[in-house]
Write a protein that binds this ligand. Structure first.
Ligand code: MCA
Length: 545
């Protein structure tokens, strides 16, 4: 079955009309030319767009002028539209301006997690072949050679304190830049997501994907120019970069900019802001902090959670403290936002709500046959598939993989298992892919297993996600030493030695928080490792403190 825009009936006709106008193509059409233009349509030049905790203020004019200078500089390097610009930079308003500059000049923005280490970057650079790499000044020494070895001739720096060669070199250029009319199907960004095979895939998002989703969310979440968004997420993923920033800019609203999440600072800003977006860990920590009360959050109109499942107990505890219900939504790098609990109706714990207007959703059985549901009855469990203007253009350089991930009729296979409740709310009940979500970051076990298996002390390994009170799930690994009989002799020192080597190879959030040594891995009759048995055996590792 496909869902109707339940929960959004009051706004669905407005959205349909606006989307039609936006996505119209053809020479005479006044449709989407560049996402940047849409993001800035409501911007009032003198209005403060970003306020930092250090007291700095950036107006919409500042965003436009600085992104124009950077766009001129990027073009002066001789990069043609469609070239990739990779950024592994700390969060700063200038990093956001770099993103806007890429949109304006028709470049493809490639944001990279600041935790990524050299082998991870080597892969991304070799795969995406960026024309420009921008990194933190402190990382230039090791990132520049990696960029050069992938054939990239331009490496610039951008620091978090208004520093770096990019700003210096952009300064002489004009504050005006004629935004490039690249059209709706041009690529705006590539977002790398790890894969089940251990190889990351670059999800290609177009200007139309991002603009259509921003338009839908603008209405679905009732964004207003008067809104003040607390922005405490990283800006190298869909959640912080697109969902949060696009939401605020599209409305001509303001952001309170935090370099990272801090429960105390967020609680303080809740006294004058209106919207917070976060991963469940934010809400777990806010509840634990004891700093939130109904009185403190009385200007807040919306708390949104996503990127990982929010425990019903966190949802309830938050409501008890504040009198406000967190709105849980569901998305992916490949699709941006798919579903949302209603703004006006019941925001139900343990569900991700309804398909957003313009997004079609269906469940399929093992044979990929769509599951039928009867009105008023709970559906069977099935694989969640999605179709709509938000769905990405495929994986960079991977046409075969792209084909595999789409079913007939253009339905993208999310890899999540779901069920429609009798009244249409979507409940996610598991994943068909081997994936761990830790504090909102996706970790594919295969990537870590390949690295562990390469270690001299390791014969083989199995990486699992275990329940964690702060991160929801945490990465742990079960290792069979080489030789396996040594398992009983391996201890904390071996664990520390192996982990310290891994720490230089992968981002910190992927690093197993524990290693367990066993003489063998449990396997079924087909020889497949029974990870469920391992998860059961080590289930209380983190919950026991
Ligand atoms: C940090 N560490 C983690 C994580 N974050 N370990 C596991 N999982 C994590 N998420 C590790 C660090 O490597 C470090 O280890 C130690 O924990 C403390 O690091 P610190 O930086 O102080 O952590 P933190 O500031 O407490 O960060 C936790 C956090 C952060 C606030 C939850 O991870 C975060 O902002 N997560 C948001 C992720 C996100 O934006 N996801 C959206 C993806 P050591 O001490 O050993 O060095 S987009 C998406 O998923 C889709 C599209 C969607 O629907 O949104």
């Amino acid at each position: 079955m496909t869902t109707s825009p339940q929960g959004f009936t009051d706004i669905s006709s407005t959205i349909t009309a606006e989307l039609e106008a936006l996505l119209k193509t053809g020479a005479a059409a006044k449709g989407l030319k560049n996402l940047y233009t849409e993001l800035m349509r409501k911007a009032k030049p003198t209005k403060v767009a970003i306020r930092t905790l250090d007291g700095l203020q950036y107006s919409y004019h500042d965003l436009s002028a600085a992104s124009a200078r950077m766009a001129h500089f990027i073009r002066s390097l001789g990069l043609a539209p469609g070239s990739r610009v990779a950024a592994r930079v700390e969060k700063s308003p200038e990093a956001l301006m770099l993103y806007l500059a890429c949109l304006r000049s028709g470049m493809v923005f490639l944001p990279l997690n600041t935790g990524y280490q050299s082998e991870e970057l080597r892969y991304f650079f070799n795969d995406a072949k960026p024309g420009l790499v921008v990194c933190d000044p402190s990382a230039l020494g090791w990132i520049a050679p990696l960029a050069k070895s992938s054939g990239c001739h331009h490496v610039e720096t951008l620091g978090s304190a208004i520093s770096g060669s990019l700003l210096e070199k952009a300064t002489p250029f004009s504050d005006d830049f004629p935004t490039f009319a690249c059209g709706p199907d041009a690529l705006a960004a590539i977002l790398y997501t790890s894969g089940t095979t251990g190889r990351s895939k670059g999800a290609m998002l177009t200007h139309a994907n991002l603009a259509s989703n921003a338009l839908v969310l603008h209405h679905a979440w009732h964004w207003q120019e008067s809104d003040v968004l607390i922005h405490a997420l990283p800006i190298f993923h869909v959640h912080g970069l697109f969902v949060a920033i696009h939401g605020a800019l599209w409305a001509g609203a303001q952001m309170v900019w935090m370099s990272k999440f801090d429960a105390g600072a967020v609680a303080q800003e809740c006294a004058r802001a209106t919207v917070l977006m976060g991963v469940p860990t934010f809400y777990v920590r806010l509840v634990e902090s004891g700093l939130l009360t109904a009185e403190r959050v009385k200007t807040m109109r919306l708390f949104i959670s996503g990127s990982a499942p929010l425990l019903a107990e966190t949802h309830q505890a938050f409501t008890q403290l504040t009198g406000q219900a967190i709105l849980e939504r569901y998305g992916m790098s490949e699709t941006i936002m798919l579903t949302s609990n209603p703004y006006k109706g019941n925001r139900r714990a343990g569900t991700v709500g309804f398909a957003l207007p313009s997004v079609e959703l269906r469940l399929v059985d093992d044979q990929e046959t769509p599951i039928k549901t009867k009105p008023g009855q709970e559906s069977a469990i099935g694989g969640v598939q999605v179709r709509g203007p938000n769905v990405f253009a495929g994986y960079w350089n991977m046409p075969e993989k792209t084909k595999e991930e789409f079913a007939q009729g253009g339905w993208f296979k999310t890899g999540d298992m779901g069920q429609f409740a009798a009244d249409g709310y979507l409940v996610l009940v598991g994943r068909s892919k081997d994936l761990i979500i830790s504090g909102g970051y996706n970790v594919y076990p295969k990537e870590i297993e390949l690295l562990l298996d390469d270690q001299p002390e390791v014969y083989e390994s199995a990486v699992i996600g275990l329940s964690h009170p702060d991160f929801g799930e945490a990465v742990a690994a079960v290792v069979v030493p080489d030789p396996p009989e040594a398992a009983s002799r391996m201890g904390p020192l071996d664990e520390a030695k192996i982990l310290s080597r891994l720490r230089t190879m992968i981002a910190g959030f992927k690093l197993p928080k524990r290693l367990f040594f066993l003489p063998e891995l449990p396997r079924n009759a087909m020889g497949k490792v029974q990870k469920n048995l391992l998860r059961e055996r080590f289930a209380s590792t983190f919950s026991a403190g």
